[in-house]
Unconditional design. Structure first.
Ligand SMILES: Nc1nc2c(ncn2[C@@H]2O[C@H](COP(=O)(O)OP(=O)(O)OP(=O)(O)O)[C@@H](O)[C@H]2O)c(=O)[nH]1
Ligand SMILES: [Mg+2]
Length: 432
């Protein structure tokens, strides 16, 4: 039996990776390094890293039997309390390994869930994380988990409420239902808040965790948002106003960063937090170009956007942290020709921020349109609809009615032109 430790004593972790058919040695090293950052972020000490080459994982124990034995000795010798695998384990594999080693076993998803649980601040984030944790944990409930849940703290046992863990599956299922209902309520409230909000151009920052999204948010909006050199500094969505170069106000949202092998339960339950990105007019994809694996990061982000069904939204690609590379770096040269539309910035040093703002305006205008209506004075009630459909650029009393000029997304424009056909003010007249 593992001994009950004081919560302030950090877990002593061993990380395990598998070099299988579809990975290269470099990829594995990069993944394990990222896992190490994650495990450290979760508050554990990393004492050893081990990997095994195998064409496919072992069904029962993921790594081979011999490796299980070898690691058992290491675990005892180093006083390891937690083993973290870089890939997803089946509930049965977790059970078998925990039985063999008598320490807690987690996979990447488990660690990410733990970090999210630690960082969640708002009610919405807390509900989302607890929901994801319970769904992840339900099939993995085992003797060791239930035993460990009696101690306070410790990785893998936090978050879902220490009381829930020691109860049985039936209680967990009931809790899941309760949380799902609660989340539905929160989603409805959020939607209502959004409806009440004025209709402004909406931009959403997306990107791999630690890419510099929050730093850019600060640079663009002068908002005081949390910036930290750690993974998942931001969990909640912040929305702030800023001004496009033309002077018109717009909204920018900053949200949770993406990561490879993000637990699907987490993406599902963070849908409401990600709603700002899902409903934005333009996405701003921030890439940390100084990271050696930035190309894989870009791929992960694209895949995550695809899961959210927003991969085809107009997107401005932003290569950040250029201050970390020499100006004549071959990477930058390559990227400039590969992505001629991208903007190269340093959010921290404020380099090329104005250029980025100009690009945001151009891209937004590229998929929105300007419309004008003359509303007869007897039809002024329609003004409200126009106001919520787009951004009012001009309002002027003419002899025949009220001239209203607005900019709105193309799809909305098409609808408005159909609906209020007789009040449309011809575009040609407008410029005259
Ligand atoms: N050198 C340099 N560092 C930067 C730049 N932009 C951001 N950083 C640093 O990168 C780290 C991460 O920045 P954040 O803005 O918190 O990143 P994020 O994308 O919001 O990260 P998450 O919220 O964790 O997903 C911080 O230490 C920043 O100071 C930049 O342009 N240059
Ligand atoms: Mg952030």
């Amino acid at each position: 039996m593992p001994t009950v430790k004081h919560p302030s004593v950090p877990e002593r972790a061993l990380l395990v990776g598998l070099l299988h058919q579809h990975t290269t040695r470099e990829e594995l090293e990069d993944h394990l390094q990222e896992l190490e950052t994650l495990v450290r972020s979760a508050g554990a000490e990393v004492l050893a890293i081990s990997w095994q080459q195998r064409p496919t994982p072992d069904v029962a124990t993921f790594i081979g039997r011999g490796k299980v034995e070898e690691l058992r000795a290491l675990i005892e010798q180093k006083g390891i309390t937690l083993v973290v695998f870089d890939e997803g384990l089946t509930p049965a594999q977790v059970r078998n390994l925990e039985r063999a080693w008598n320490v807690k076993v987690l996979d990447r998803a488990g660690i990410i869930l733990h970090i999210f649980a630690e960082r969640a601040r708002t009610q919405e984030a807390k509900v989302q994380v607890e929901l994801a944790q319970l769904q992840y944990m339900l099939p993995r409930l085992s003797r060791l988990w239930t035993h460990l849940s009696k101690q306070v703290g410790g990785i893998g046992t936090r978050g879902p409420g220490e009381t829930q863990l020691e109860t049985d599956r039936r209680l967990i299922r009931r809790r899941i239902q309760h949380l799902q209902r609660k989340l539905e309520e929160i989603v409805a409230q959020r939607a209502q808040r959004r409806r009440r909000r004025e209709e402004l151009p909406r931009f959403a920052l997306v990107g791999y965790t630690n890419a510099g999204k929050s730093t850019l948010m600060r640079a663009l909006t002068a908002a005081s948002v949390l910036v930290e050199d750690r993974l998942f500094a931001t969990l909640d969505t912040t929305v702030r106003r800023f001004r496009l170069p033309g002077g018109q106000p717009a909204l920018l949202s900053d949200t949770v960063g993406f990561l490879r092998k993000l637990p699907p339960q987490l993406i599902a339950s963070f849908h409401s937090t990600l709603a700002e990105a899902i409903e934005a007019d333009v996405l701003v994809h921030v890439v940390d170009v100084s990271h050696p694996s930035f190309r894989q990061h870009m791929q992960v982000v694209t895949e995550t956007l695809r899961t959210l069904n927003i991969a085809t939204k107009p997107t401005v690609l932003v290569f950040n942290k250029i201050d970390r590379l020499p100006a004549d770096s071959p990477v930058l040269r390559e990227l400039r020709s590969e992505y001629p539309e991208a903007v190269f910035i340093s959010a921290e040093r404020g380099i090329n921020i104005r250029k980025l703002l100009a690009t945001l305006q151009r891209v937004y205008e590229g998929q929105s349109e300007e419309l004008a209506f003359v509303l007869p004075y007897t039809e002024l009630r329609l003004l409200r609809h126009l106001r919520t459909s787009g951004q009012i650029l001009q309002q002027e009393a003419l002899p025949d009615g009220l001239l209203v000029r607005l900019r709105c997304p193309l799809a909305i424009g098409q609808r408005l032109r159909g609906q209020y056909a007789s009040y449309v003010y011809p575009a040609g007249m407008l410029n005259a």
